[in-house]
Design a binder for this molecule. Structure first.
Ligand SMILES: *Cc1c(COP(=O)(O)O)cnc(C)c1O
Length: 363
C-alpha cells in the first residue's frame, strides 16, 4: 500500500468522521463483497468465525506493536464512542473517596469533567476557558494523591495539542480521539488511553481503549457488566457482538500505518503538512491562526479571516477546488482544516494554493 493514492476525488478536510487512506477504503470495499475468498461479505459473518477472530487478533497486535505495549496493558475495542469513556474511565478507575485531576482544554474535556464528577472528587487543575481554549495551560500543581490526571491530547475543535505531557508521577488518562497514532508516545506515562476511531483511526462505531491493568481493581462500587473493563478484558472485546466492520477498517488503517513507517514516519509527515499550512496562515494577509503558536495542533488547523464578509466566498473558492470540510466549528468560527494521518500533502498544497489565490484577488 502506498502513502498517497493517485485517485483523490475530493480533498477531505472534515474533522470527523474523517479521511481514511485510499488503499484502506479500496480493501474495505472489496471485503464487503467477498471477505478472504469466503464467498461472504465481512458484514455477514460471525464475530466468532476464525476469519473474524484473526481480524481481532491482528487489530490488537498492530495496536501493541505501533505503541510498543507490554502485557501490562490491555487493548479493547468497545462501542459507545469516546463520550462513553468519559464516564467509564472514572467509574472503573476512581474510588468514591478518590481524587482525580482534569486539565480543561476544551469542549471534550469539559464533558469528561462533568461525567467524572458522578464518581469521585474531581479537581480542575487548570483551564484555558478564559480565552476560549486557544492555548494549553502550563505550570500548574498536580496533587500526588490523584488516582489519575486526565488530559485531552488534541483539542479537535480549538486546534490545540499537548506538545509534551504534564510532568508528574500520577498516571495519565488521555482522550486521544483526534491524534492517536499521529506521533510516537512514551507509553509508560499513561495509565489509560482512549480514542473514538472516527478521527484518525477508522470509521465511526468503535472506540479503542488501552488500559494498564494495575489501574483496575481499586473501586468497590457496583458496575454494570457491559461498563466494566474487566468484562471486556476477559473476553477480548467479544463479550457481546463487537463493532466488527469498524474494527476491521481500523485494523486495515493500522496495517497501512505500519507499512508506511509507523508513528515516527507519521509524525514527520504530519509536521510537514502542518508547517505548510501554518506558514500560509501566518504569511497570508487575509488569515489569522486562532491557537497559541506553541500549542498548535498538527491535526486540526483553526484559522479565521480578517474580513468576515469574504468568508462565504472563501468557502466557495475551497469547494471549487474540491477542498471540502473546511468550515470551522461554531464555537470558534472561521475555518478548520483537519489534516489527519491519511491526508496526503498534495491536498494541503491545494488548500494553500486556494488561500494564496484568494488573497491575491481580495487583499
Ligand atoms: C470527537 C471527539 C470526542 C467524541 O467522540 P465520540 O466518539 O463521538 O463520543 C471526544 N473527544 C475528542 C477529543 C474528540 O475529538
Amino acid at each position: 500500500m502506498e502513502f498517497v493514492s493517485k485517485k483523490i476525488k475530493k480533498h477531505n478536510f472534515f474533522a470527523g468522521p474523517a479521511i481514511l487512506p485510499a488503499p484502506v477504503l479500496e480493501e474495505a470495499a472489496r471485503a464487503i463483497q467477498d471477505f478472504e475468498g469466503m464467498g461472504l461479505s465481512i458484514l455477514e459473518i460471525s464475530h466468532r468465525s476464525k476469519q473474524f477472530e484473526s481480524v481481532m487478533n491482528e487489530a490488537e497486535e498492530l495496536t501493541r506493536s505501533l505503541l510498543g505495549l507490554t502485557d501490562d496493558y490491555a487493548v479493547l475495542f468497545l462501542t459507545g464512542g469516546a463520550s462513553s469513556q468519559f464516564y467509564m474511565s472514572a467509574m472503573n478507575l476512581l474510588p468514591q473517596d478518590g481524587k482525580a485531576g482534569y486539565v480543561n482544554t476544551g469542549a471534550w474535556s469539559t464533558k469528561a469533567i462533568k461525567e467524572a464528577k458522578l464518581f469521585g472528587q474531581i479537581s480542575e487543575v487548570a483551564s484555558s476557558v478564559d480565552t476560549n481554549f486557544n492555548y494549553i495551560p502550563k505550570g500548574y500543581d498536580i496533587d500526588e494523591d490523584f488516582t489519575f490526571l486526565h488530559v485531552t491530547s488534541n483539542n479537535t475543535i480549538f486546534g490545540t495539542q499537548f506538545q509534551s505531557f504534564p510532568e508528574t508521577n500520577v498516571p495519565l488518562v488521555c482522550d486521544m480521539s483526534s491524534d492517536i497514532f499521529s506521533r510516537p508516545l512514551d507509553i509508560n506515562r499513561f495509565g489509560m488511553i482512549y480514542a473514538g476511531a472516527q478521527k484518525n483511526l477508522g470509521p465511526a462505531g468503535v472506540t479503542l481503549v488501552i488500559i494498564r491493568k494495575d489501574m483496575l481493581g481499586k473501586v468497590d462500587r457496583a458496575i454494570p457488566t457491559m461498563l466494566d473493563y474487566n468484562t471486556h478484558i476477559k473476553k477480548q472485546s467479544a463479550f457481546n457482538t463487537p463493532p466488527a466492520y469498524p474494527i476491521y477498517v481500523s485494523m486495515l488503517t493500522m496495517r497501512w500505518l505500519k507499512a508506511n513507517g509507523g508513528l515516527s514516519a507519521m509524525e514527520a509527515k504530519n509536521k510537514e503538512k502542518a508547517a505548510l499550512l501554518y506558514k500560509e496562515i501566518d504569511e497570508n494577509p487575509l488569515f489569522k491562526g486562532t491557537a497559541a503558536k506553541e500549542d498548535r495542533s498538527l491535526m486540526n488547523v483553526t484559522f479565521v479571516m480578517n474580513q468576515e464578509a469574504l468568508q462565504d466566498d472563501f468557502m466557495k473558492a475551497c469547494e471549487a477546488e474540491g477542498c471540502v470540510g473546511v468550515k470551522g466549528h461554531r464555537s470558534v468560527g472561521g475555518f478548520r482544516a483537519s489534516i489527519y494521518n491519511a491526508m496526503p500533502i498534495e491536498s494541503v498544497e491545494v488548500l494553500v494554493q486556494v488561500m494564496r489565490r484568494f488573497a491575491e484577488q481580495h487583499a
